[in-house]
Ligand binder design. Structure first.
Ligand SMILES: [Cu+2]
Length: 185
């Protein structure tokens, strides 16, 4: 019993050690308050998933209810202003040459004064009067004139303002059909 007595004495001694007027410093009390059972534990509020972005469907635009405002222009009634006039106006005296019948220029050779005009008239088909010369069976146009190939009834005129000798041929029949215009000053 000695130990028990000492312990008790020690406890009492401790108390006894406080002198009169002395206040105990106070009970050391743990201020750590243990979490009491049942206390609301801070439960992390789960962040609710944000509102899922529901894509707004692109609404097709209003169908165009536009009435066409295009007024059809009146059809242009075109008055032909151009008459098929020959590019070369005859001057001086007109000298006629017949193309055909057959494969001939008739007359094949004529002589005219400078400034006069030759008028070919188609009396056969198809033929042309084309300036140029033939060497053997090869004919070469020289570009002074070319009526193009035409049929009976066509007329072509060519003015000759300057003196010279102007051979020509038919571009269809070549050396078979040749002629010469001699222009005198
Ligand atoms: Cu011919």
């Amino acid at each position: 019993m000695k130990i028990e007595g000492e312990r008790r004495a020690a406890e009492q001694g401790e108390r006894m050690r406080l002198g009169a007027g002395e206040q105990p410093l106070g009970l050391f009390q743990s201020t750590l308050t243990p979490p009491q059972p049942g206390a609301p534990t801070s439960t992390p509020t789960p962040t609710p998933p944000g509102p899922t972005a529901t894509p707004t469907p692109t609404v097709p635009g209003p169908t165009s209810t536009r009435t066409p405002t295009i007024t059809v222009p009146p059809t242009l009634t075109r008055t032909p202003t151009r008459t098929a006039t020959p590019t070369i106006t005859p001057s001086g005296t007109i000298h006629d040459v017949s193309i055909g019948p057959g494969f001939v220029f008739n007359p094949p050779t004529i002589s005219i004064p400078a400034g006069d005009t030759v008028r070919w008239t188609w009396n056969g088909s198809p033929h042309s009067t084309t300036s140029g010369s033939c060497s053997g069976s090869v004919c070469t146009p020289n570009g002074i004139w070319n009526s193009g190939t035409h049929n009976a009834g066509f007329v072509f005129i060519q003015n000759f303002p300057s003196a010279g000798t102007f051979p020509y041929f038919c571009q269809v029949h070549l050396s078979m059909m040749q002629g010469t215009i001699t222009v005198t000053p």
